[in-house]
Design a protein around this ligand. Sequence first.
Ligand SMILES: [Zn+2]
Length: 248
Amino acid sequence: MATVAPTSLSVLASPACVAAQENRLLGGLAEENLARIVAVSEFARFEGDVHLAGCGDKLTRVYFPVSGYASLVVTDATKSQMQIGLVGSEGVFGWESFTGLDQLLFDVYVPETLRALSVDVGVFRSVLADNEHWMMMHLEYLSRLFSVAARGVLCARFHTLEARLARFLLEVDDRHPGKPILLTQSTLSRLLGVRRSGVTNAATHLQLLGLINYRRGQIVIGNRHELETAACDCYRYRIAHRSRRPST
Ligand SMILES: [Zn+2]
């Protein structure tokens, strides 16, 4: 198992340490453990529609987003895909490692941009093993991610595409509030697991209602309140069930 470097005050006060705390899970670490992780880790930045890792890939790094988001995607043998969850600064991906697995269970995409602290799996496990509170935070996060994924099955079966698209855009907006959403119809259709023509129709109607402005792969939310009304109740479910556990 990997060992971690000793803490130093310079590391504790470093901009990297401050930035790392933008991630909710890292913010739940005692300062000494946070400094130890940051000292032997690095920030990674990804831009564009990046396929970051594939299902079955060997786990060597765990990523804690501090801004932007990643999509966890399932893919079948015919390359049909659908997103099962977004991971932003509230969470982590590569979480399979704390269950003892050494392979990823999902494809991981960065549809827009992502900045994340990239941590060696051995270092992550070492700190986690000595910190029950942090372990419980991860287990709670994993439980909530599972509930969102399960809810997604119901959503794909029973909720209209327009309501699903509205919900998806709100979830993205929550992870970079107020910024334009830079997603092509092709990416949206892949993440929602539907035909591109369906995305076109749904986006066009939301635009006619004045809820979004969609032009050349750039979506601006025009009326967030009304978009929340148009979204399926999976959005309200996620908000109602997000963590209220104190991070420290
Ligand atoms: Zn839904």
